[in-house]
Design a protein around this ligand. Structure first.
Ligand code: SF4
Length: 369
């Protein structure tokens, strides 16, 4: 049984209807349990859960502190290239966006690494557009070998690859792969990805399975909030997560909550998610799944991040640049999206400490795996 078999048994409209039909009694039942199933998750993300938000936040905080302590893992994205062969309606790197394209050379990457290391980071997230000829497996192999001496944890958010390609990258230092489905609504997926390899819904959808088979350390899941009904999309993400956790039980998992951000020439969100709803979603994930890591990027505002880090989040970025060469500022490239929280890493660390939490730069080492 693959996730495609499970997914085929689901109907988007029926799932959506069942989430919106949940009642206060369903929410209370879910909160009273010691372990929750997917029906409980539906109740926790439903509109009926909104009056229970404070109770959810308290429980989410308590469960997070029990499992993760009062810590926040620090990571930073390193944008290597804005070249992309895909058209995605929501992204500044889309092929149809006329802009200068650039891919960092070894020398430029090391300049970026120098700045990132000066902030204190030990976990880097490598990001590229999807351009197989310029930023394909040979490029990734070279980058991993180049930067491995500087970081104990390397994540990637690049084009989905074949299983054997992941198997070639893992021994070179690749620890974590983020692959967001963007939306599980197949028709809308087609509308937002009209051209390029990413238009193949199935290949992207099967990527976490290929990663699980390749024995990667961690897989990051998520949808782009704003493309479709966020409640229904989040249910499918949770369904995917539950399937993967059972099948590839040695692998760790994280969830991110990217909300559509403005970018040069960009599309406004079809569905708006307000701050209270994002808090609801974060808490719902934590109450549903005590083990999963929950990550929050600088897409979110300063005040929102200040308030939400105590409620279930376990990893956070700071000082991010979304244009290749943005840290050393020697390349003048367009960014993927606008950052909302522009504080420096030092300012974020100070905010974390003020709240009684500890920022963790490194809690895991290759040699221990
Ligand atoms: S979302 Fe990814 S694949 Fe789509 S245009 Fe942006 S960089 Fe390219």
């Amino acid at each position: 049984m693959t996730f495609a078999d499970i997914f085929e048994q689901q109907n988007w409209d029926q799932v959506k209807q069942s989430i919106y039909a949940k009642t206060g009694a369903d929410v209370e039942r879910a909160l009273a349990k010691s372990s929750r199933d997917l029906e409980d998750f539906k109740a926790l993300i439903s509109p009926a859960a909104m009056p229970y938000l404070e109770q959810m936040a308290r429980l989410s905080q308590q469960l997070t502190q029990k499992r993760f302590g009062k810590t926040l893992q620090m990571y930073i994205p390193l944008y290597l290239s804005n070249e992309c062969q895909n058209i995605c309606t929501y992204c500044g790197f889309s092929l149809d966006n006329p802009m200068p394209r650039t891919t960092l050379t070894d020398e430029q990457i090391l300049e970026e690494v120098k700045v990132i290391k000066s902030y204190g980071y030990d976990h880097v997230l490598l990001v590229t557009g999807e351009a197989n000829k310029t930023v394909g497996v040979p490029y990734f192999k070279n980058v991993l070998q180049l930067i491995r001496p500087y970081f104990s944890h390397i994540s990637m958010e690049v084009q989905p690859l074949d299983q054997h390609e992941y198997e070639e990258l893992i021994p070179l230092g690749l620890n974590t792969v983020l692959v967001y489905q963007e939306t599980y609504h197949q028709e809308d997926y087609k509308k937002h990805h009209p051209k390029g390899k990413k238009s193949n819904f199935q290949y992207r959808f099967d990527t976490p399975d290929r990663l699980g088979k390749a024995d990667v350390y961690k897989i990051g899941l998520g949808v782009l909030i704003g493309l479709e009904d966020w409640r229904t999309d989040s249910f499918f993400t949770a369904l995917h997560l539950s399937y993967l956790e059972k099948k590839y039980w040695k692998t760790k998992y994280s969830i991110s909550f990217p909300r559509l951000r403005p970018f040069s020439g960009g599309l406004p969100p079809k569905v708006e998610m307000n701050d209270r709803e994002l808090v609801q979603l974060i808490c719902a994930y934590r109450i549903f799944n005590e083990e999963v890591e929950l990550s929050l990027s600088t897409r979110e505002s300063q005040s929102f991040r200040n308030n939400v880090i105590r409620l279930g989040i376990t990893s956070i970025s700071a000082g991010s640049k979304t244009d290749p060469g943005g840290y050393a500022s020697k390349v003048n490239a367009l960014e993927q999206f606008e950052i909302s929280d522009e504080r420096t890493p030092a300012e974020i660390i100070s905010m974390i400490r003020t709240q009684g939490y500890e920022a963790v730069w490194k809690d895991w080492d290759n040699v221990l795996s």
